[in-house]
Design a protein around this ligand. Structure first.
Ligand SMILES: [Zn+2]
Length: 618
């Protein structure tokens, strides 16, 4: 079929609903490719951004959901050294693992790419160059480490010492893994070379800094206009403005994007700092998506602050440890690029760029009362989870009990309870008994006769769900949203129990039985649509059980692509999400054939709790 010829192209003329249609950018945090991701990671950025994007598409918006793996920086270089591979080989390995895991969760990225593409390098260098030209990047002499015995520069990753902030004894030259603060090597107490243990000497060396104080006023004005942000995010961001300092954007490191200035470009020992390159990924991924779609300028509809993208909305999803990069640093880069900081300037060749509409940050997920930790084995990786449980069971838990606005604990007992009591006994049971009864008695969607007050009431509850649930998802209150959808399920279960269609067996009761089951099936169909952003895999199944054909909940797929500019190929996550359900009640067609359904959800034996806890204990 023609539309598969170019998987990135969007079908034209998708919808006649032009009202209130917006271009919505869903910019999702970039997972770091130094290992597989655990369920704490995907509960923070992955599932919430997918629920939001799926809902916005169903509501008729043109969504661009982008991200990729973050692959530069010291930790990847260090781990590659330890594994005896190149950093690129290590990044290749975990890029693929992460792509497959996000695919398994059904996350509907328009493009999930990586930071090692030549396109990304070019976009990062374009931003760097324009910021420098506008005067927002300044060169400073700092202290760099040198090996006294060899006289050679010691990259940050080869220096460790005691963290001056928390006292952790194995802090790295650029960051303390214990307290998370960024450091400079000369701040370390008792610095030592990891190569031979000697004490490095510090000599003057040059690095580039982003002049963050030049954006304090512009960012402050922008934050003042923010509406609907979670109050803690807004407060945290405002506080950061009180003490903005110039921030280093280059490092002594060989692995990263080269510095695009004469005299620096070919230096093997200095690279752009990983955080600077990674935040630019939202833009470079959008550009890559557009280039692959056949319309290289299409990204402007989500980004350009003039013309096409003027009214676009941009939502950024992340864990709370990343707020500073999205509410202060990324806006500073965008303002500087557009020539809108204290020093003015001219926009670069991409034009003026949109700032985020909203920074949506989640809190932390812990596991059985402890912080996730791969080294301490307090962890369950996405892959292992999906081998044993269904993706929608995890998606349900994250939506209903995830760390939306409070730190939240994942326990196996609670996971099993929610799966069995809510998903299986609530929603699964409603689907199963209503469709089975209709299949057994009528073999098809029965005809709705005259409606009683009870029939109309339950139908109205389901219909009202579209406004309530939709508004809550739009405000990033997904916990409340799925709660409202499950209230519709509970109402329908109550309706079935009260109407007891299984008792309406005589000839004269048959029309009433048909009506009750037709009403129940309609509510199941509506509830299924309300749950589709949260539970896309099972929503597709329920849709088919109701006799639906074709795509109800579109799914991503993995494509092996060539680098657009001659680099090595790589896998991306992409998909065609133009088909599928709309955010509305669709009347079921009387006479549509129905078969006795197989259960959509799996009940879990409580023994899995003990098994999983034993695995955790090692
Ligand atoms: Zn520390």
């Amino acid at each position: 079929m023609e539309r598969w010829a170019n998987p990135f192209a969007r079908r034209r003329g998708r919808s006649l609903r032009l009202y209130l249609m917006s271009h919505v950018l869903a910019a999702v945090a970039w997972p770091y490719a130094n290992g597989p991701r655990h369920i704490g990671h995907v509960s923070g950025f992955g599932v919430p951004s997918d629920v939001f994007s799926r809902y916005m598409r169903m509501a008729g918006h043109d969504v661009l959901m982008v991200s990729g793996t973050d692959e530069h920086g010291t930790p990847i270089q260090v781990q590659a050294d330890a594994d005896g591979v190149s950093p690129r080989e290590l990044a290749d390995r975990y890029n693929r693992v992460i792509v497959e895991d996000l695919h398994g969760l059904g996350l509907s990225y328009d493009l999930f790419t990586r930071t090692t593409t030549r396109n990304h390098y070019a976009v990062v260098q374009e931003l760097f160059t324009a910021l420098e030209r506008n005067g927002y990047i300044v060169k400073r002499t700092t202290l760099g480490a040198r090996s006294p015995s060899t006289g050679r520069t010691l990259p940050d990753r080869y220096i460790e010492g005691t963290c001056p902030i928390c006292g952790y004894e194995s802090a790295r030259g650029d960051q303390c893994d214990n307290c998370g603060n960024q450091l400079d090597p000369e701040q370390l107490i008792n610095p030592r070379s990891k190569i031979n243990g000697e004490t490095p000497e510090f000599v003057e060396t040059e690095h580039f800094f982003l002049d963050l104080p030049a954006f304090a006023e512009a960012i402050g004005n922008w934050l003042d206009q923010r509406e609907n942000w979670r109050p803690n995010v807004l407060k945290f961001s405002r506080n950061l403005l009180d003490d903005l300092q110039p921030r280093a954007i280059t490092r002594d490191l060989e692995w990263g994007v080269p510095i695009p200035l004469d005299g620096w470009r070919d230096r093997g020992d200095k690279r752009i700092y990983v955080w600077f390159d990674a935040v630019i990924g939202y833009l470079s991924a959008s550009i890559e998506w557009a280039r692959r779609s056949g319309d290289p300028e299409a990204w402007r509809k989500w980004w350009s602050a003039d013309g096409l993208g003027k009214d676009a909305l941009g939502y950024y999803f992340m864990g709370k440890d990343n707020i500073v990069f999205h509410s202060v640093i990324w806006p500073a880069l965008l303002l500087g690029y557009s020539g809108e900081g204290d020093k003015g300037g001219q926009p670069g060749e991409l034009g003026r760029l949109n700032l985020p509409t909203e920074v949506v940050s989640s809190e932390y997920l812990t596991m059985e009362g402890k912080k996730f930790s791969s080294s301490r084995r307090v962890v369950i990786y996405v892959r292992d989870f999906l081998e044993r449980y269904d993706a929608d069971a995890l998606r349900y838990f994250i939506a209903a009990a995830g760390p939306e606005s409070n730190d939240t604990d994942f326990t196996w007992a609670e996971f099993v309870r929610r799966n069995n009591d809510e998903l299986v006994a609530g929603w699964g049971n409603l689907v199963n008994r209503s469709i089975s009864m209709a299949a057994k008695n009528f073999g098809a969607v029965p005809a709705m006769g005259e409606l009683t007050g009870e029939d109309e009431a339950v139908l109205a509850v389901a219909k009202a769900g579209f406004a309530t649930v939709g508004e809550l998802i739009g405000k990033h209150r997904q916990k409340a949203a799925i709660g409202e959808a499950m209230k519709v399920v509970a109402e329908a279960n109550k309706y079935l129990s009260e109407q007891a269609p299984w008792k309406l067996k005589s000839e004269e009761e048959k029309p009433r039985q048909a009506t009750v089951l037709a009403v129940a099936l309609q509510v199941v169909s509506d509830a299924n649509t309300l749950l589709t952003p949260f539970l896309p895999h099972s929503a597709q199944k329920v849709f088919e059980l109701l006799g639906g054909e074709g795509v109800h909940a579109p799914m991503p797929r993995i494509e092996e692509v060539e680098d657009l500019d001659g680099g090595p190929g790589y896998p991306v996550l992409t998909g065609d999400y133009t088909a599928g359900a709309r955010w509305e009640s669709v009347p079921l067609v009387t006479g549509t054939p129905l078969a006795t359904p197989k259960p959509v959800f799996r009940k879990l034996d409580p023994s899995v709790i003990e098994e999983e806890l034993a695995r955790l204990a090692g």
